[in-house]
Design a protein around this ligand. Structure first.
Ligand SMILES: Nc1nc2c(ncn2[C@@H]2O[C@H](COP(=O)(O)OP(=O)(O)OP(=O)(O)O)[C@@H](O)[C@H]2O)c(=O)[nH]1
Length: 336
């Protein structure tokens, strides 16, 4: 910590970060946002950070990686871990996504179990509730009932159905049911209340990250995800989930213009003409929509070139998954 006047800087010790001074009682910690696909995890994260770092789409299983979003306030630093929706894995990519979410729980100080309260709880919600009862038994869990803007006459019945997923006293361990907050991530309802509840559970301590840092995602990853988001939004049927995007070239031509080339991979030959569209119209629409957001993100003009290639069944092939960045760091024990 540097408390000396600016003219006489204290020498820093190599390898030891210099923390900025934080007020007494400052809180800092990690929050896992856990929920099945499409409940609004990315929408919630983006709402808290005031910017778009996680892509959102009406199609389930949009988020594939774990994304850290850092919210810094004078009194607290909240590090959100947005995870891919937990679901029954149908293929290798699904297994990867479930594993990412499962690994987020031990790292968390607080778990937010996000549900779509406008729907009835289903098998996937029950599966997650069981996972939390087992793996988050020693942690505070907040049940965040999202999409309350869509709830109408049967509101109470819906909420009660989700409350029933929580461990209930007197047999439950720990002996308290989960806290609950009703929110609308899209409208912003009760998001302040949820945040205060989260912060109340965080341990006291200094910041983990520079206050300027918003996410651990490299810019190229965010850009690739934005392109994938536009493809998800514009394409139909079975094509979108078989899509991966790789940035193949990135050149800052001058301070006001960046050239970006990206390849959209599809799983089947027959999907390629669908992504390209008649006279290249679909690819143009994907490119135009993505470019607009990338320019807003980078704050200057972008020349975006998109290519489409086939990588047969890449979601089932561990080698292809690794090449496209969907690989977990190896766990220490077990196989070499
Ligand atoms: N009406 C309403 N829609 C919402 C709300 N929150 C999110 N949505 C919508 O729900 C859909 C899914 O949102 P996402 O944020 O992508 O959901 P996710 O849980 O991150 O999804 P995965 O990445 O598939 O795990 C999008 O169409 C959002 O606009 C809400 O509070 N109310």
């Amino acid at each position: 910590m540097n408390t000396h006047p600016a003219s006489e800087p204290e020498p820093s010790i190599p390898g030891i970060p210099e923390y900025e001074e934080v007020p007494p009682g400052h809180k800092a910690g990690f929050v896992a946002i856990i929920g099945k696909p499409n409940v609004g995890k990315s929408t919630l994260l983006n709402a808290y950070l005031g910017t778009k770092i996680a892509i959102v789409s009406p199609k389930p299983q949009t988020t594939r990686h774990r994304i850290l979003g850092v919210l810094t306030r004078p009194d607290a630093q909240v590090i959100f871990m947005d995870t891919p929706g937990i679901h029954q894995p149908f293929h290798k990519l699904g297994e990867y996504m479930v594993e990412v979410a499962r690994r987020a729980i031990p790292d968390a100080d607080v778990v937010v179990f996000l549900v779509d309260a406008s729907q009835w709880p289903d098998e996937e919600d029950r599966m997650i509730a069981e996972l939390l009862k087992e793996q988050a038994a020693d942690k505070p869990v907040i049940l965040a009932l999202n999409k309350i803007d869509l709830l109408k006459s049967d509101r109470e019945a819906h909420l009660a159905a989700y409350r029933a997923l929580a461990p209930t006293p007197p047999d439950a361990e720990p002996p308290f049911p989960w806290e609950e907050v009703q929110i609308s991530a899209i409208r912003g309802d009760n998001l302040d209340q949820l945040l205060e509840r989260i912060i109340a559970h965080l341990p006291e301590g200094p910041r983990y990250y520079d206050p300027e840092m918003l996410t651990d995602q490299p810019m190229q990853m965010i850009v690739a995800e934005l392109i994938r988001e536009k493809a998800l939004l514009l394409l139909r049927e079975e094509v979108p989930h078989g899509i991966a995007v790789e940035i193949t070239d990135w050149v800052d031509r001058n301070p006001n213009l960046t050239y970006i080339a990206a390849t959209i991979y599809v799983e089947k030959e027959t999907h390629k003409p669908i992504v390209i569209g008649e006279n290249g119209q679909m690819l143009k629409r994907i490119g135009a929509a993505a470019r607009q957001e990338i320019e807003a993100l980078l704050g200057h003009a972008v020349y975006l070139e998109l290519w489409v290639k086939v990588r047969k069944n890449w979601r089932r092939d561990p080698e292809q998954l690794r090449r496209l960045g969907y690989a977990l760091p190896r766990e220490r024990k077990g196989r070499r």
